[in-house]
Every structure is written in structure tokens, then in C-alpha cells.
Design a protein around this ligand. Structure first.
Ligand SMILES: C[C@@]1(CC(=O)O)c2cc3[nH]c(cc4nc(cc5[nH]c(cc(n2)[C@H]1CCC(=O)O)[C@@](C)(CC(=O)O)[C@@H]5CCC(=O)O)C(CC(=O)O)=C4CCC(=O)O)c(CCC(=O)O)c3CC(=O)O
Ligand SMILES: NC(=O)C1=CN([C@@H]2O[C@H](COP(=O)(O)OP(=O)(O)OC[C@H]3O[C@@H](n4cnc5c(N)ncnc54)[C@H](O)[C@@H]3O)[C@@H](O)[C@H]2O)C=CC1
Length: 145
């Protein structure tokens, strides 16, 4: 199912290495992603200046995500990630916890985009290394199409 995410209220909690990768991918499909974190990867500061994302430079509080429709919990504090999961579950918000595959309503795919074609690759949460390897193989094939 390819869902139109362009107008969805998407929040990413955390702004480090993993969040940065996810935010880059999300920005291809979402008009404005909101990021919440006290420490922010420099690449994300540039994306904020370009108007691609909005950053709340603070520690997460549950009230920050009151109107969210989709949330990525990507802090390096597993207790915070678990709290985000609990809050999202209570409110019926779709959530992905990057530190625990059992706390994901959806997995993040390996992504290949070429012109109008979008390919998402998952190994059903069982093997992120294989998802990455297959993503790279498909990317090479699409470069020739
Ligand atoms: C289940 C899933 C849930 C979700 O997060 O959505 C998940 C979970 C976890 N990943 C972990 C580690 C890493 N994941 C990556 C990379 C990718 N991970 C991705 C997806 C997913 N990862 C979801 C579905 C997976 C599937 O389909 O089977 C990709 C496809 C998409 C993306 O992330 O953008 C992207 C590759 C594509 C690309 O690069 O193009 C790397 C970097 C690397 O491999 O280079 C490392 C560090 C490597 C290392 O250290 O070995 C850990 C352990 C964390 C810990 O131990 O703390 C967990 C937690 C757990 O398994 O419970
Ligand atoms: N799913 C995946 O592909 C992978 C997941 N992981 C997991 O991802 C998590 C994050 O890893 P990295 O991005 O490497 O960490 P990092 O150290 O680069 O970044 C952590 C971020 O979390 C933020 N943060 C910490 N406490 C916060 C709070 N209370 N409120 C808001 N933001 C807060 C920090 O400000 C920082 O921006 C780890 O728990 C790790 O287990 C790690 C590798 C791959």
C-alpha cells in the first residue's frame, strides 16, 4: 500500500544518525516533518534552513506529539522510545521505534526512487542487512532502466 503522506503530520523524536537517515527519506514524501531533539545533527540544521523540516530544540514531552498522525521514535534513550510507543498506542498514532522491531506499526524500508518509480524493500523486520543488500542490487538495476 503506497499511502499519500504529503499532508500528514509526521514527527521524528531524536535528531542523530538514525533519525537523519529516516528524515532524509521521509522528506521525499512529506511536505513538512517536525523533529524534536535537544541535540541536532548538522545536516538537519541545513534542511531546516531550506524549509524542509521544522525543529523543536527540546527534550521530548508527550504533549509535543498530541496531533501527530505518524511518529518515529529515534532517540538513543530506550526508555524515552518506549514512552513514545506507549503514548502513540494509547492515542492510535502509527509509530516506529527504531531500537525495537517489536514496537513498530510499520517498518522502515530500504528506498530506491528513480523518476516516478519508487521501490521499498523490507525483510519483514527479520534482517536489516539483507534489506540493505537487496536495496543496493535493485538500485543498480534501476540505474540501467
Ligand atoms: C526492523 C527495522 C525496524 C525499523 O527501524 O523500521 C530495523 C531495526 C533495526 N535495525 C538495526 C540496525 C541497523 N539498521 C541499519 C540499516 C537499515 N535498517 C532498516 C530498516 C529496519 N531496521 C527495519 C526493518 C528491517 C527489515 O526489513 O528486516 C533500513 C532497511 C531502512 C532505514 O533504516 O533507512 C536500513 C538499510 C537500508 C539502507 O541503508 O538503504 C543499519 C545500518 C547499516 O546496515 O548500514 C544498522 C546498524 C548496523 C549494525 O550495527 O549492524 C537495529 C539494531 C539496533 C541496536 O542494536 O541498537 C534494529 C532494531 C531491531 O532489530 O530490533
Ligand atoms: N533501526 C535502525 O536502523 C537502527 C537503530 N538503532 C537504534 O537507534 C537509536 C538511535 O541511534 P543514533 O541515531 O545512532 O543515536 P545518536 O546518539 O546519534 O542520536 C540520539 C538523538 O536522540 C536525541 N535525544 C536523546 N534524548 C532525547 C529526549 N529525551 N528527547 C528528544 N530527543 C532526545 C539526541 O538529542 C540525539 O539527537 C539507538 O537506540 C539504537 O539502538 C541503531 C542503529 C540502526
Amino acid at each position: 500500500m503506497f499511502v499519500d503522506l504529503s499532508k500528514k503530520r509526521v514527527y521524528v523524536v531524536g535528531a542523530g544518525t538514525i533519525a537523519k537517515r529516516r528524515i532524509r527519506s521521509l522528506c521525499e514524501f512529506v511536505d513538512c516533518v517536525t523533529v524534536i531533539a535537544p541535540e541536532v545533527n548538522p545536516e538537519l540544521n541545513k534542511m531546516e534552513k531550506a524549509g524542509d523540516i521544522q525543529i523543536l530544540r527540546k527534550k521530548y514531552e508527550s504533549s509535543d506529539i498530541y496531533d501527530a498522525e505518524l511518529v518515529i521514535a529515534a532517540t538513543n534513550d530506550h526508555k524515552i522510545n518506549e514512552d513514545i510507543y506507549r503514548v502513540c498506542r494509547e492515542r492510535g498514532i502509527l509509530v516506529n521505534v527504531c531500537s525495537d522491531k517489536d514496537k513498530c506499526d510499520f517498518y522502515f524500508p530500504g528506498l530506491i526512487t528513480r523518476d516516478d518509480v519508487v521501490v521499498g524493500v523490507t525483510a519483514n523486520g527479520a534482517n536489516h542487512k539483507r534489506a540493505k543488500a537487496v536495496t543496493e542490487q535493485i538500485r543498480e538495476i534501476l540505474e540501467e532502466c
